[in-house]
Design a binder for this molecule. Structure first.
Ligand SMILES: Cc1cc2nc3c(=O)[nH]c(=O)nc-3n(C[C@H](O)[C@H](O)[C@H](O)COP(=O)(O)OP(=O)(O)OC[C@H]3O[C@@H](n4cnc5c(N)ncnc54)[C@H](O)[C@@H]3O)c2cc1C
Length: 523
């Protein structure tokens, strides 16, 4: 008798989603997490001042709320205390001249906003939606389907049936367009380009990368339709609800349990325990760890896997809410991007990829209190800042200001770079400096130290260049029978959707072929 039906190594959103779905399907599951919290990139903690609850890493949950795992588990998780809050002002971009542009929650509002910047861009928005929606199942299907399976083949067949062979090929080709090409051929106003270009950073890409135009469209539509939901009380409520549900179903979830070996029948932990699994061992890790450390004899499978750009987080506790200059919607917007625009994002990405600290990084300013006042004492402020254009090995400063020393992320380099970003935000938020109660900065090195999956401080589990994306991302099936791979390094990639966990759970819960055929004849 094995100890469990399935053992899940790692409690990232994919590990927890997979375990919860298997538990719902009646499996006896065990989640082993090496850190002292569940959730991996999900963690809510008072890291600045008492009473200020910061989402230390990830913060925004549109992918979870729009994903397959939430569709199957949402009601159960609500029972376990998970509640989502949302906004009519999900995102906007603030330009150096003080002008800003916003992405809103209805087609009419967005058309009107885009027309404000250039008459006619509103019609371009409506045309985009008219083209996108009839094939939204195909566009979203690419991200919600096990591509290397009969379901992937069925998705392709559906596209051919609907669009014809040439039409399907054209549709596939359009998925590969860069954000630059798509934005510049769709909208006239540079403000519209700068509104959407920063969003491709959140998919691990840059605006000149293949498929970044497709990702920008998917996000634009998803944000209009779904907003920018966050859990009341912080992201940890999602991880907490998943753990609580798994335990309620009889499952086991442990922290402080580092798995050092994996085989088809079970795992060995670093404190010498051997735990066995009858049906599956599911690893929520990077390919480097899976094939280089956990499994024997497959080192070559991770060779050549590349990690993406590094990132930094800055957290502010403020004595009062930030007072933005310019459009009064800025203070009520969940995520404000500071950038000169499409070329600004492109330049910063290019500088980071050449090993330089960007002159003008794209600054992601997250304002969780716009939705959830419970995160800070009354009348105070919180800012969640993300910088996604940084090198792991720093060769120099494109601005020629900072001494980067030997190029490693020292505390000194981290703080001086954060000072530059703070000054950038301060230009638009005059009360920023005077209201700072505390600032906590996490460099790429700090991020890696916090989670072994954030190799080089890459938040997205590996470069999402086309040769490592979609069909070419790390496969869920491993060469070892009964050992599965999930997490950001596998399809459909990073984000809080729990997509890979849901895809693997679905395959494990699928009845065997014989039963499927019998069921078909019965109908
Ligand atoms: C700073 C930051 C901000 C982000 N912001 C957002 C956001 O707002 N919205 C969004 O959708 N996405 C965001 N992302 C991306 C998203 O959070 C991640 O892609 C996603 O959470 C990764 O989930 P995962 O399942 O791959 O596992 P991870 O979150 O990487 O967790 C894996 C877990 O496995 C554990 N583990 C690894 N090896 C072992 C082992 N051998 N034994 C035991 N345990 C092990 C680790 O300790 C870790 O807890 C952000 C990412 C980062 C880093």
């Amino acid at each position: 008798m094995a100890d469990y039906d399935a053992i899940v190594v790692g409690s990232g959103v994919n590990g927890l989603a997979c375990a919860a779905l298997l538990a719902k399907g009646g499996w006896n599951v065990c989640v082993l997490e090496r850190n002292d919290w569940f959730g991996g990139a999900i963690k809510t903690a008072e890291i600045t001042e008492p009473g200020f609850k910061h989402d230390v890493f990830s913060a925004w949950h549109p992918l979870w709320v729009g994903g397959a795992a939430h569709a199957q588990l949402g009601d159960e998780l609500a029972r376990h205390g998970l509640e989502y809050l949302n906004t009519e002002l999900p995102t906007g971009t603030l330009y150096p001249d003080g002008e800003s542009a916003f992405l809103l929650r209805t087609a009419d509002a967005n058309a009107e906003e885009l027309d404000r910047h250039h008459d006619g861009d509103g019609d371009a928005w409506r045309a985009l939606l008219a083209e996108f929606f009839p094939n939204a199942d195909l566009a979203f299907g690419v991200l919600g389907t096990e591509l290397w399976s009969r379901h992937g083949a069925a998705l392709g067949l559906k596209a051919v049936r609907r669009l014809g062979t040439r039409g399907a090929a054209e549709f596939g080709g359009r998925l590969l367009i860069s954000a630059r090409d798509w934005l510049q051929t769709t909208f006239t106003s540079a403000r519209a380009h700068g509104l959407l270009a920063p969003w491709v950073l959140h998919t691990g890409l840059g605006p000149d990368a293949a498929a970044s135009g497709y990702m920008a469209q998917v996000i634009a539509v998803a944000v209009q339709e779904g907003g920018m939901p966050v859990p009341r009380g912080g992201g940890a409520k999602l991880a907490g609800a998943l753990v609580s549900y798994i335990r309620e179903q009889g499952g086991t979830c442990e922290t402080g349990a580092h798995v050092e070996r994996v085989s088809s029948g079970g795992v060995r932990t670093s404190d010498g325990r051997r735990l066995t699994a009858e049906r599956a061992v599911i690893c929520n890790v990077t390919p480097t760890q899976l094939y280089g450390e956990l499994l024997d004899g497959f080192d070559q499978r991770a060779r050549g896997f590349r990690y993406g750009r590094s990132e930094m987080q800055i957290h502010f506790a403020l004595s009062e809410p930030p007072r933005w200059e310019g459009d009064d919607r800025l203070g009520r917007t969940a995520i404000v991007h500071l950038t000169p625009g499409l070329d600004g994002v492109s330049r910063a990405v290019n500088e980071a990829e050449r090993g330089l600290l960007p002159v003008q990084a794209t600054v992601v300013v997250g304002q969780p209190l716009t939705m959830d006042q419970s995160r800070a004492p009354e009348g105070k402020g919180i800012l969640w800042i993300q910088l996604q254009e940084l090198p792991w090995q720093v060769k120099g400063d494109a601005a020629g200001e900072l001494d980067v020393g030997d190029g490693t992320w020292t505390d000194e380099l981290r703080e001086r770079y954060a000072d530059r970003i703070q000054a950038r935000i301060g230009k638009h938020v005059p009360n920023l400096e005077s209201s700072i109660l505390a600032r906590t900065v996490l460099s790429p090195a700090d991020l890696w130290a916090a989670n072994v999956n954030f190799v080089h401080g890459d938040p997205y589990g590996g470069s999402l260049a086309l040769d490592q994306n979609f069909l070419w991302r790390a496969p869920h099936r491993t060469p070892v029978d009964g050992v599965w791979h999930i997490g950001a390094s596998t399809h459909p990639g990073p984000g809080l959707g729990g997509g890979s966990g849901a895809l693997v759970a679905a395959q494990l819960l699928e009845p065997p072929l014989g039963k499927r055929i019998a069921a078909r004849f019965k109908r």
